[in-house]
Design a protein around this ligand. Structure first.
Ligand code: CU
Length: 160
């Protein structure tokens, strides 16, 4: 019972102020403790995953349209050349997106992927997700969308 209550309060913490498109509302302190608690509860972190990147692109609604985020090839693996793609439909970005790759609750080295426009509303770039020495596979892509704001995608990566 105690465990269940704790999990619920952790979930509330996780989603506090975490709107799909928030600007500067990211709180590493809250997110960090949230990740740690989620790991402690059952060895997984399902509570904060908001993107099923291994199976499908991740879509966020924005006023007037949507933003689709994808990583290929699948399965999405660490230490492999990956193509990051952002598609804007019904909305126009004022410039190409930039993606910061990191891990919830962990300080990893800077790892930024700069996208280039490759079609109408389509942006692509290549990068690598490194293998975390801790063995944790939970990664976060913070996608900076010029003219719109930031979108956080939290997902699992495959380690060979
Ligand atoms: Cu790490």
């Amino acid at each position: 019972m105690r465990g269940i209550n704790r999990l619920i309060s952790v979930k509330e913490l996780c989603y506090e102020g975490q709107h799909p498109f928030h600007v500067k509302s990211f709180r590493p302190d809250v997110f960090g403790s949230c990740a740690a608690a989620a790991f402690a509860s059952d060895g997984k972190a399902e509570g904060i995953i908001n993107c099923d990147i291994q199976n499908q692109p991740c879509i966020r609604q924005v006023s007037g349209g949507s933003i689709t985020f994808d990583i290929r090839p699948k399965p999405v693996k660490a230490m492999a050349d990956l193509t990051f793609e952002v598609k804007a439909e019904g909305v126009e970005l004022s410039g190409p997106p930039v993606i910061d790759l990191g891990m919830p609750g962990m300080k990893m080295g800077p790892n930024q992927v700069k996208l280039k426009m490759t079609g109408a509303g389509l942006y692509q770039g290549t990068g690598i997700i490194v293998r975390c020495p801790s063995g944790r596979t939970l990664w976060q892509a913070t996608v900076h969308l010029p003219g719109i704001g930031d979108a956080d995608f939290v997902f699992d990566v495959v380690y060979d």
